[in-house]
Ligand binder design. Structure first.
Ligand code: 6GU
Length: 241
């Protein structure tokens, strides 16, 4: 998948995409990430990318023309059509369902705003959709873009070493449940012992225990994710135990 990121801080994206699962996916050719800096498309000695807002008030607004030229260059670099996604707290909250939808695309363009925002006329003319990563304030869209890059990259075929690990992650099951607890060596520790069932070798019992833990955790921590009417009879029984 190709991802173009329009940002005043392309180094930020390059850094976050060079490590771990995302870095390895890029090495494997599963992710083709490109940074585009509007400043490189700004005119004049000062290469201005922002100016004061009409009507007054604090902060700066990103100008139409450098963004327009930058986006045009990004689009022209590859013929594959791509949605233009603006990262902003006014956007639709990101969900794993949305991540799955984006991960299936051949390409997308992520637009990171800085300062107080982007001239509304650019957004109206060029942006396909607006996405938020949560109800809190960030200084710019870069962290949101990094979140999307990570989440969609791990869903690319061959990005994870153990194909199983994606399917069992939180939110990835058919019911979108939280993950179960995990344990490793030592089996006995001053902070507690590993549950016997995980050491029993009984794979059916282990699967049942894990499913029950996922259900319980989701019910306790994120009841908003759990639609009990949608649970299977077996799941409802596990939750009631
Ligand atoms: Cl995606 N961008 C910005 N700039 N602020 C945010 C956000 C995104 N999500 C929450 N706050």
């Amino acid at each position: 998948m190709r991802i173009d990121v329009i940002t005043l801080f392309p180094e930020f994206m390059a850094q976050s995409a060079s490590l771990g699962v995302v870095g390895r996916a890029a090495e494997r050719g599963l992710l083709d990430l490109h940074g585009w800096n509007p400043r490189d498309y700004a005119e004049g000695n000062y290469r201005r990318v922002d100016d004061r807002p009409f009507g007054g008030g604090p902060g700066m607004v990103m100008l139409i023309e450098p963004l327009r030229a930058c986006l045009a260059a990004a689009k022209a670099a590859d013929p594959t059509p791509a949605p233009v996604i603006y990262l902003s707290p006014q956007g639709k909250p990101l969900t794993q369902a949305k991540v799955r939808e984006l991960a299936a695309l051949p390409r997308m363009i992520l637009l990171c705003g800085r300062y107080e925002g982007v001239d509304e006329r650019f957004l109206a003319a060029e942006v396909t959709e607006e996405i938020s990563i949560g109800d809190y304030v960030l200084s710019g869209g870069e962290l949101g873009a990094a979140v999307i890059v990570d989440a969609v990259t791990r869903l690319q075929e061959g990005a994870l070493n153990d194909a199983e690990s994606a399917a069992q992650d939180s939110f990835e099951g058919p019911q979108g449940l939280l993950d179960c607890p995990h344990y490793s060596q030592p089996a006995q520790h001053e902070w507690g012992d590993v549950p016997d069932v995980l050491r029993s070798g009984n794979h059916a019992a282990i699967a049942r225990w894990r499913r029950q833990q996922s259900l319980l955790r989701t019910w306790l921590r994120r009841p908003d994710l759990l639609d009990e009417s949608q649970l299977s009879k077996a799941d409802r029984k596990l939750l009631a135990e």
